[in-house]
Write a new protein. Structure first.
Ligand code: PHE
Ligand code: NA
Length: 442
């Protein structure tokens, strides 16, 4: 069947997985969450969670995908654990909600491309954000973004995804390096770096537990882990590759781009006198747009930057849609085009409230990202650590060149630290979400 293609090249898979990982999470979400959560101390906790909690769960997804060669839901019966199918169902629902508001933010990006070309935000970065982020125009561009995503899906794995990713990843890195160098020349640079990069040990000790919930949500979101994307992408993989090495490369690339985004945004915050943490969900856009207006040739640079951000967002959104569509096809037997059209319509409708009110966006993000995504991660860790462990090690060891103890260590990390941290974080986040709903919507 056409739906089970394989990656044309080894590099193609890595780039597509990086394409999924690198997106609005790195460039939009990471800087403002870091700013809200206190800067450098957050960065430290976040980096630890990415490496020791996020990566191990991402590897679980690769293992399940490669062994089963199936979509997220059928993967579980295919490896002999049909009872754990719920993980796939929860993942698909999570993906659905994420995509509904991710597309709204994607629509902002399209408006920022236009705004860069026309100079619409020159002299009024804040006002422009207000205009872009709620109203009929927001809904319209949200729809446009969703249609673009559906368009990429139409090209399939090789032509659509793989080709786009090959072009994209190097361009994102190149342009961001350029902007980071520019940001370094700003008057606020030193203060920005200090806020972002030098953690105060006392703060770190006292705040680590408080930072954990937001950091864990961001770690899973940024790695595209907990939804089943990496199960789906792993299902196209051969047995002779080291999943550990691939996972490591993907994590490293994603982390570099997030860290780089911070190196751009924080100097700009301070140069513009924006107190980090005050900007909220629009902070990144306001500060970037503000920077472009002061940069010589800023309109051009801004246009290129937002085009690249759009492409990065599209490859991430694509990966989520692919999870949903392959799940619908395999459970209902309907045609790919029908499944795609139906999901896209549903995603648009569900996301509509977030196009009219930023508070809904905050709530959707909290529910999907800080609760459902982490629930998916916790279930994957429990499953792989305690139930699927022996088979998981066998599959993980294929193509592995690391020392013997590594697979066992991986299982033990999943069994205890990952389960403990995620259980704690989930309990915190659930309480938090209830509070957010009460304060912002009721
Ligand atoms: N990782 C993507 C980003 O950072 C978002 C994403 C989340 C993609 C979950 C797939 C699944 O933008
Ligand atoms: Na990411």
């Amino acid at each position: 069947m056409g739906s089970r293609e394989t990656w044309a090249t080894r590099l193609g898979f890595i780039l597509a997985a990086i394409g999924s990982a690198v997106g609005l999470g790195n460039i939009w979400r990471f800087p403002f969450i870091t700013a809200e959560s206190g800067g450098a101390a957050f960065l430290v906790v976040y980096l630890l969670l990415v490496a020791f909690i996020g990566l191990p769960v991402m590897l679980v997804e690769f293992v399940i995908g490669r062994e089963s060669k199936q979509n997220v839901v059928d993967a579980f019966p295919a490896i002999g654990y049909g009872n754990w199918k719920a993980i796939g169902v929860i993942g698909s629902i999570t993906g659905f909600i994420i995509l509904s508001y991710y597309s709204v933010v994607g629509g902002w990006v399209i408006q920022y491309i236009l705004g860069s070309i026309t100079g619409a935000y020159t002299g009024g970065a804040e006002a422009y954000f207000g205009q872009v982020s709620s109203g009929l125009n927001t809904a319209g561009f949200d729809l446009l973004f969703i249609l673009l995503v559906a368009g990429v899906v139409g090209f399939g794995v090789r032509d659509g995804l793989e080709r786009a990713a090959k072009l994209l990843v190097p361009s994102v890195v190149g342009l961001m390096l350029f902007l980071a160098v520019y940001a370094a020349t700003l008057p606020g640079a030193a203060e920005g770096y200090a806020y972002y990069l030098s953690p105060n040990l006392a703060t770190l000790r006292s705040d680590a537990l408080a930072i954990l919930p937001a950091a864990a949500g961001q770690a899973f979101f940024t790695l595209s882990t907990g939804v089943g994307v990496m199960i789906t992408y792993g299902s196209y993989l051969d047995e002779d590759r080291s999943l550990l090495r691939d996972g490591f490369v993907i994590m490293l690339a994603d982390t570099c781009i997030a860290v780089l985004a911070g190196l751009i945004v924080f100097p700009v915050f301070f140069a513009q006198g924006i107190a980090p943490g005050d900007g909220g969900i629009g902070a990144t856009f306001v500060s970037l747009a503000g920077a472009f207006t002061t940069l010589p040739g800023g309109r051009l640079v801004g246009t290129v930057f937002f085009v690249i951000l759009l492409l990065a967002a599209l490859t991430s959104a694509f990966s989520i849609l692919e999870v949903i569509v392959s799940f619908i096809i395999d459970t209902t037997g309907i045609a790919r085009s029908t499944a795609t059209t139906g999901s896209v319509a549903g995603i648009f409708v569900v996301g509509l409230p977030t196009a009219f009110d930023l508070q809904y966006l905050t709530v959707y993000d909290a529910i999907a990202n800080n609760v459902l995504l982490l629930l998916g991660g916790l279930l994957l860790a429990l499953f792989a650590g305690w139930v699927y462990a022996t088979d998981a090690v066998t599959e993980f060891s294929k193509g592995l060149t690391a020392p013997q103890f590594v697979p066992k260590l991986w299982i033990w990390v999943l069994r205890v630290p990952v389960v403990v941290v995620l259980s704690y974080v989930l309990s915190q986040n659930i309480a938090d979400v209830i509070q957010t709903i009460q304060t912002s919507l009721l």
